[in-house]
Design a protein around this ligand. Structure first.
Ligand code: IPM
Ligand code: MG
Length: 358
C-alpha cells in the first residue's frame, strides 16, 4: 500500500519540525509494511515570496489529490505588514476552507513524565488531564463579513460571527461521536448570555443531545470555561465550540499540559482527507537554531495515520515512542524546566530509535 502525502513545510521552525516528522513517518511505514510518497507544496510566507500569493491553486490541487496533508507552521514578522487577504494566515484559513475541513480536533493530554512542566498546582491535576477540544474550523467570525467604514465617530472596523444550524449540527455530531469513544461527556462552549449566534448554537446542541441520550452533556459560557480550565480541568472530557472560542481555549488547554510544543491537531471534513499540524505557531525567534520541539508535529503524524490512513498500529507505535522518549528523560528546551535539553534533530533521532521497539 502506498499513500501520497502533501507536505507544507511552511515558515520559521516549520521546515525543521516537519523534517523530523517525515523521518518518523518513514520509519513507522517501513516497520508496519506500507509506503509513503511525500510531495512538497507551498503555503504561507514562503508561498508569498515564491508565487506572490499565500495559497497557490497548485497547492489546493495537490492536497485534494493526496491522502493527507502534513503542515508545519506559517507566518512571521516579514509578512506582518501585508494586507489581511495576502498574509500567510489567509493561506491557512484558505486551505482549511478549500478542503472542507470543518472539524479541528485538538487533544490536550498531560504526559505523566511532564507533570513538572505543568504550571498548575499538583493537586489540581492529580487526576491527570485528557481533554479533546473540538473546534469548528470553517465558519464563524473567521469567515464572516468584515471591513472598514467611516462614521461620525471616525474610522470603524467590523467582523461578523455567523453560524447556520447545518454548521452547528455537523460539528456538534463530531463532538458527540468523539465523546462516545472516550469518557462519554461533552461540554459545549458558547456565549449565549450575549450573542445571538451562541443562542442558536445552544438550541441546536440541545436538540442534538436528545439523539445521544447516553452522552452526559452540558453547556458552559466561554468565560467560565476559561476559568474552569485552570481551576478544575479534569472536569472536561470532550469540549465542542466555535472557531474563535476554540482557537483561544485550545491555547489555554495546551499550556496546562506543560507546553504548547506538545499538542498535535487534526483538521477533518466529511471524507478521510485531513490536514495535520501542531497547534503552535512558526516561532520565528528560534527558527534555524535546532531548538524547536518536534513532538507536536510527530504526534500529528500519529493522528494522520489514525484518521486518514487507518494505520492504527503505526499510529500507536509513534505515540508509544513519544511517551517512551519522555520517560527516558529526553527534553527539548520548552519542556526541560531548567534541566539539560536536546535539540530538534536529536529528539527526532530518539523517537525514530524508539519506534523500532515501541
Ligand atoms: C491556530 C492558529 C491560526 C488560527 C492562525 C495562525 C490563523 O492560531 O491554528 O490556532 O487562528 O486558526
Ligand atoms: Mg491558535
Amino acid at each position: 500500500m502506498n499513500y501520497n502525502i502533501a507536505v507544507i513545510r511552511g515558515d520559521g521552525i516549520g521546515p525543521e519540525i516537519v523534517g523530523e516528522a517525515i523521518r518518523v513517518l518513514e520509519i513507522a511505514a517501513k516497520r508496519f509494511g506500507f509506503s509513503l510518497s511525500f510531495l512538497d507544496v507551498l503555503m504561507g510566507g514562503r508561498a508569498i515570496d515564491e508565487t506572490g500569493v499565500p495559497l497557490p491553486e497548485e497547492t489546493i490541487r495537490v492536497c485534494k489529490a493526496s491522502s493527507a496533508v502534513l503542515l508545519g507552521a506559517v507566518g512571521g514578522p516579514k509578512w506582518d505588514t501585508l494586507p489581511g487577504n495576502l498574509r500567510p494566515e489567509a493561506g491557512l484559513l484558505g486551505i482549511r476552507a478549500a478542503l472542507g475541513l470543518y472539524a479541528n480536533l485538538r487533544p490536550a493530554v498531560l504526559f505523566d513524565p511532564l507533570k513538572d512542566a505543568c504550571p498548575l498546582k499538583a493537586e489540581i491535576v492529580s487526576n491527570g488531564l485528557d481533554i479533546l477540544m473540538v473546534r469548528e474550523l470553517t465558519g464563524g467570525i473567521y469567515f464572516g463579513e468584515r471591513g472598514r467604514s467611516q462614521s461620525i465617530r471616525g474610522e470603524e472596523a467590523y467582523d461578523t460571527e455567523r453560524y447556520s444550524v447545518m454548521e452547528i449540527e455537523r460539528i456538534g455530531r463530531i463532538g458527540f461521536e468523539a465523546a462516545k469513544k472516550r469518557g462519554n461527556k461533552l461540554t459545549s462552549i458558547d456565549k449565549a448570555n450575549v450573542l445571538e449566534s451562541s443562542r442558536l448554537w445552544r438550541e441546536t446542541m440541545h436538540r442534538l443531545a436528545k439523539e445521544y441520550p447516553d452522552v452526559v452533556y452540558d453547556d458552559m459560557l466561554v468565560d467560565n470555561c476559561a476559568m474552569q480550565l485552570v481551576r478544575n480541568p479534569s472536569r472536561f472530557d470532550v469540549v465542542v465550540t466555535s472557531n474563535m472560542f476554540g482557537d483561544i481555549l485550545s491555547d489555554e488547554a495546551s499550556m496546562i499540559t506543560g507546553s504548547i510544543g506538545m499538542l498535535p491537531s487534526a483538521s477533518l471534513g466529511d471524507g478521510t482527507l485531513g490536514l495535520y499540524e501542531p497547534i503552535h505557531g512558526s516561532a520565528p525567534d528560534i527558527a534555524g537554531t535546532n531548538a524547536a520541539n518536534p513532538l507536536a508535529t510527530i504526534l500529528s503524524t500519529a493522528m494522520l495515520l489514525r484518521y486518514s490512513l487507518n494505520q492504527q498500529e503505526a499510529a500507536d507505535a509513534i505515540e508509544r515512542a513519544v511517551q517512551k522518549a519522555l520517560e527516558e528523560g529526553w527534553r527539548t528546551a520548552d519542556i526541560a524546566a531548567g534541566k539539560p535539553a536536546i535539540g530538534t534533530k536529536e529528539m527526532g533521532d530518539v523517537v525514530c530509535r524508539l519506534i523500532e521497539t515501541a
